[in-house]
Design a protein around this ligand. Structure first.
Ligand SMILES: NC(=O)C1=CN([C@@H]2O[C@H](COP(=O)(O)OP(=O)(O)OC[C@H]3O[C@@H](n4cnc5c(N)ncnc54)[C@H](OP(=O)(O)O)[C@@H]3O)[C@@H](O)[C@H]2O)C=CC1
Ligand SMILES: CC(=O)[C@H](N)C(=O)O
Length: 277
């Protein structure tokens, strides 16, 4: 039997073969580890990527024992070109992988004028460049198969320049734009692309950036966030914002942007920018 449906790139006689493997970056904690747990319970084999080998091994062992799925670990620092190359190679070569979750990310403490340029460079490398590289590695194979899914974890902060986390927010705005553009390009070829925009969620990201999570206002628990994101995934939503009550607000925001498109094809400056003669 040949099985080929949405999200599936595996051809085999195995009746479970319509369940593709899922490669998740940043799987050692927080949102990524929770995606790993949820996809394992759905019967997907996993490839887990992050730097902390001990945590990856412990999670992999637990998920194998609890769910029976196959779990590989692929330790990698996604700011390092050699490590990224290893993940790209796996994505290109392993035809069982039918879902990529680009989740690894970090934030950086402090205001822009106090943030070191090297730290900002690493932030962009992790939150933006690695997302492009891994999507680019897998997209040709997914397009060839006419199936597959790319899930990119952005943030509502990418819609809030007033938040004061400018470079972090810029990387997340980049991930949103990237996802919308890739969805426009790849959806007609059978590839589903989802941007997930969490709001504040209780994970280690806060402590890693020097904040005490318990001193911050209440925030969403990580299981609730991932379960909501998976509702959007199952609906094949291009953009999922778990805290947004009215979908119409997002649609109105997109519609307002699109009202400007005719202006963008004008060949003269608008009247209001013409120098007084
Ligand atoms: N928590 C929140 O409030 C929100 C989070 N997000 C986004 O969710 C995503 C996941 O973050 P979250 O779960 O909250 O935070 P965590 O800090 O719990 O998880 C981050 C994950 O990324 C991995 N990671 C960090 N740096 C690197 C690196 N250089 N190379 C490879 N992996 C790395 C970490 O593993 P390791 O250290 O082992 O490498 C870890 O698995 C991020 O993209 C974040 O921006 C978006 C909105 C809100
Ligand atoms: C550090 C943050 O700002 C948070 N992860 C978010 O994206 O909301």
């Amino acid at each position: 039997m040949t099985v080929m449906n949405i999200g599936s790139i595996r051809e085999t006689s195995n009746p479970m073969a319509d369940i593709p493997s899922v490669l998740i970056t940043g799987a050692s904690s927080g949102i990524g580890a929770t995606y790993a747990e949820r996809f394992a319970r759905r019967g997907h084999d996993l490839v887990l990527v992050a730097r902390d080998i001990t945590r990856l091994e412990a999670l992999a062992a637990r998920l194998r024992a609890e769910t029976g799925v196959a779990v590989d670990i692929l330790p990698a620092d996604l700011t390092q070109p050699g490590d990224i190359a290893a993940v790209e190679t796996r994505l290109r070569a392993d035809r069982r992988i039918g879902v990529l979750v680009n989740n690894a990310g970090a934030s950086l403490a402090g205001r822009f004028e106090k943030q070191p340029a090297d730290g900002l460079d690493r932030l962009v490398a992790l939150n933006a460049t690695s997302v492009v590289r891994l999507a680019s590695a897998v997209a040709p194979r997914f397009v060839e198969a006419g199936a597959g899914a790319i899930v990119n974890i952005a943030s509502v902060v990418g819609l809030i320049p007033e938040f004061g986390q400018t470079v972090y927010g810029a990387t997340k705005a980049f991930v949103l734009f990237l996802s919308q553009g890739l969805s426009f390009e790849l959806a007609p070829k059978g590839v589903y692309v989802q941007a997930v925009l969490p709001a504040a969620t209780r994970t280690e990201i806060w402590e890693r950036a020097g904040a005490d999570v318990n001193a911050l206002p209440a925030m969403m628990e990580v299981g609730e966030l991932v379960d909501a994101a998976l509702v959007g995934f199952d609906r094949r939503e291009p953009v999922t914002i778990p805290v947004l009550g009215e979908a119409g607000k997002w649609e109105a925001y997109q519609a307002a942007r699109q009202t400007m498109l005719p202006d963008f094809s004008q060949i003269h400056a608008a009247e209001r920018y013409r120098a007084a003669s």
